[in-house]
Design a protein. Structure first.
Length: 367
């Protein structure tokens, strides 16, 4: 078996990830991207789904968590692990005999990372839910969408990943840092309904300053602002406009050969509908590529809205090598970049039948 490449800044960190969906597997992927040695425990006797991106750099082994012998293997891994990641409903790990208290007895230094939508306790804790539901109760969903229309879910980026994965990772790394002087592990209880409000600090600030209305499509950052929204082009594609600052807005107005009066009244909300209509009537006259050429090398903050088939051909994306292909699968490269550490991506076909002994050996565990 070709071992995953561990050349990143988290080299030497051992992580157990229990198979799941949503934020937990992405957390495992991002940590393994940065060099952590991640062992993903798959459900035995279930059809193995190939997840070549989420499983990159990971070792995967199938185990039956209700089987005594397989549970012994899990516990052996726990003795060597720095971190455990699970995204089950509250109480599942406890019923399996693998909850935080059980694991603390095996390895008191273990950082036990838990990610759920509602959190580990409270009246909603054991309810089913998904990204859209967690956004709904935090106020985020109500703020996204067009005026006089229903809210629009922003894929599952905000709840699952921004409010879930990233806060789980931040919690794990914080607990590892704290372990340096306490010499003890702890539980990280990451909940999406807590992460999402945290990333909305700016919006809550604007609300406190009476600069935000509870009306979709009428605010600075929700598509209601004419200089922070998208416009349709002649070829039925779109360009994004983000000329928030007056100096950038002035460049936009000049390049579009519009009346200079707009520069002076940019912040006048009573004129926003009029400005939106004028900008719409202008952007519809040229194709997206024509607008891209016109605004090239300017600070007007105008960029084409690309689809997934186009993103790897963007000049900045190519220069930064933001997207790569492994086994002809387009995916994001490792982020962020480091000045010394050089994490790499390894993708291989999984062969679970022979992995268990080799994984245990790589962690210096006797089966």
């Amino acid at each position: 078996m070709n071992e995953p490449i561990h050349s990143g800044p988290l080299n030497g960190l051992k992580i157990i990830e229990f198979e799941g969906i949503g934020p937990a597997p992405l957390a495992g992927q991002l940590l393994s991207d940065l060099g952590a040695d991640v062992v993903k425990i798959l459900r035995k006797h279930t059809k193995i789904k190939k997840e070549p991106i989420l499983d990159r750099n990971k070792k995967t082994i199938p185990l039956d968590l209700k089987n005594i012998n397989d549970k012994v293997i899990v516990k052996k891994l726990i003795t060597k692990a720095d971190v455990l990641i699970e995204g089950f409903r509250p109480g599942v790990m406890e019923r399996l005999g693998l909850g935080p208290k059980d694991c603390e007895k095996i390895n008191p230094k273990l950082v036990f990372g838990r990610i759920t939508g509602w959190g580990q306790d409270g009246p909603y804790a054991k309810k089913a839910g998904h990204d859209i539901n967690y956004l709904a109760v935090t106020g985020a969903l109500n703020a996204i969408g067009y005026k006089n229309s229903e809210p629009i879910p922003p894929l599952n980026l905000l709840g699952d990943y921004a409010g879930g994965t990233m806060f789980l990772i931040m919690g794990i790394l914080s607990a590892l840092w704290e372990r340096n002087y306490s010499n003890k592990g702890q539980v990280v209880d990451a909940a999406m309904i807590e992460g999402v409000p945290s990333i909305m600090s700016l919006i809550h600030t604007l609300i406190a300053q009476d600069r935000w209305k509870n009306i979709r499509g009428s605010n600075l950052l929700d598509g209601g602002c004419p200089f922070y929204r998208c416009y349709k082009t002649k070829d039925d594609l779109y360009v994004s406009v983000g000329a928030l600052e007056n100096k950038f807005f002035a460049i936009l107005i000049k390049k579009l050969e519009m009346d200079k009066k707009w520069v002076q009244i940019q912040e006048n909300k009573s004129k926003w509908d009029e400005l939106t209509k004028e900008l719409s009537s202008i952007f519809i006259t040229k194709t997206r590529n024509e607008w891209e050429k016109l605004f090239k090398n300017t600070d007007a903050c105008v960029e084409p809205v690309l689809n997934f088939d186009e993103i790897e051909h963007n000049n900045q994306n190519k220069f930064r090598k933001i997207f790569i292909r492994k086994n002809n699968i387009l995916q994001a490269n490792i982020s962020p970049k480091f000045s010394r550490s050089k994490p790499q991506i390894s993708i291989k076909e999984q062969n679970q039948s022979k992995n268990i002994s080799q994984v245990l050996k790589s962690w210096k565990i006797n089966r």
